[in-house]
Design a binder for this molecule. Structure first.
Ligand code: AMP
Length: 248
C-alpha cells in the first residue's frame, strides 16, 4: 500500500466503496484542549457507535488509584499538570487497542498529545489497517477556564458534571448512582493553568501534523452550543465518514 497521505486516501476510498460493516476498523481521535469536552463527547459516541473510549487520563488515574508501578511513576507529574512520558502512554494505548472490544474501532480521548505520540500512533494504526479520523473540538480560552473551574466528577462511574453546562439534578450528587461528586486533583486552578500551558506548547502543534497526515480532520466549534448540540454536529460529520452500514 502506498504510504503517506495519498496512500491513506486510496485506502479510505476502497473502504468507502466496499461499505461493509466488517470494513477497516476506525480510530476516532478526539482532539482539543483540556476542558474542550472530549470526555463528554466520547461518552455520546460510545453510546451511539458501541465502540470503546480509550482515555489515557482515565487509565493513568486508575493506575494511581491502584497504586501500581505505573501509578507510582506518573503520580507526581499528573498532580503538577505535566504530561507523562511518551513511551509509557504509547505502550498503554497499543496494549489496549489489541483487546477484542476494539476490533471494530475505538475512540482516543486525550491521546495523542505530543508530536512523538502522534507519529507513533499514525505509524502503528497504518500498519494495523485502522482508518483514522480526527475531531478537533475548538473552544474559546475563557469558556475553558469557566468550564474547568466548575467541573466535578463522580468517583464511582466517571460521569462528568459542570456547575453551568451540565449540573447534576441534586447539587454535588451523581445523577446515576447517588455518589457525592469530587473535584479531580488535576482540575484545581493552579494545575489547570499548567495543563493549558502544556497544551499550548506540546499538544496544539499536533493539529498541523494531523492536517498534513490524516485525510479527515474535522473542526467542530464547541464553544457556544451545549454538549448535545455539539454531539449532533459530530454525528453528522462522522456519518459521512463512516458510511451508512457501520451506523446502526
Ligand atoms: P486528561 O484527563 O486527559 O486531561 O489527562 C490528565 C493528565 O493525565 C494530563 O494532565 C497528563 O498528566 C496525563 N496524560 C493523559 N493523557 C496523556 C498523554 N497522551 N500524554 C501524556 N500525558 C497524558
Amino acid at each position: 500500500m502506498p504510504s503517506g497521505k495519498t496512500g491513506r486516501r486510496v485506502a479510505s476510498a476502497v473502504a468507502s466503496v466496499e461499505q461493509k460493516p466488517a470494513a477497516r476498523p476506525i480510530a476516532i481521535i478526539l482532539f482539543g484542549s483540556p476542558g474542550s469536552g472530549k470526555g463528554t463527547q466520547s461518552k455520546y459516541i460510545v453510546e451511539w457507535l458501541k465502540i470503546p473510549q480509550i482515555s489515557t487520563g482515565d487509565m493513568l488515574r486508575e493506575h494511581i488509584r491502584r497504586g501500581d508501578e505505573i501509578g507510582r511513576a506518573v503520580a507526581d507529574r499528573m498532580k503538577a499538570g505535566l504530561l507523562v512520558p511518551d513511551e509509557l502512554v504509547n505502550r498503554m494505548v497499543f496494549e489496549r487497542v489489541q483487546q477484542p472490544d476494539c476490533e471494530r474501532g475505538f475512540i482516543l480521548d486525550g491521546y495523542p498529545r505530543t508530536l512523538a505520540q502522534a507519529e507513533e500512533m499514525v505509524s502503528v494504526l497504518d500498519v494495523r489497517g485502522t482508518s483514522q479520523v480526527v475531531i478537533h473540538l475548538v473552544v474559546d480560552y475563557n469558556v475553558i477556564i469557566s468550564r474547568m473551574s466548575g467541573r466535578r466528577v463522580c468517583p464511582k462511574c466517571g460521569t462528568l458534571y459542570n456547575a453551568v453546562a451540565r449540573p447534576p439534578k441534586v447539587e454535588g450528587i451523581c445523577d446515576l448512582d447517588g455518589t457525592p461528586l469530587v473535584i479531580r486533583d488535576d482540575d484545581r486552578e493552579e494545575v489547570v493553568r499548567e495543563r493549558l500551558l502544556q497544551y499550548e506548547r506540546q499538544t496544539r502543534p499536533v493539529i498541523e501534523f494531523f492536517r498534513a497526515t490524516i485525510d479527515r480532520v474535522i473542526e467542530v466549534d464547541a464553544s457556544g452550543a451545549g454538549p448535545e448540540a455539539v454531539f449532533e454536529r459530530i454525528r453528522g460529520e462522522l456519518r459521512e465518514v463512516l458510511g451508512q452500514d457501520r451506523i446502526r
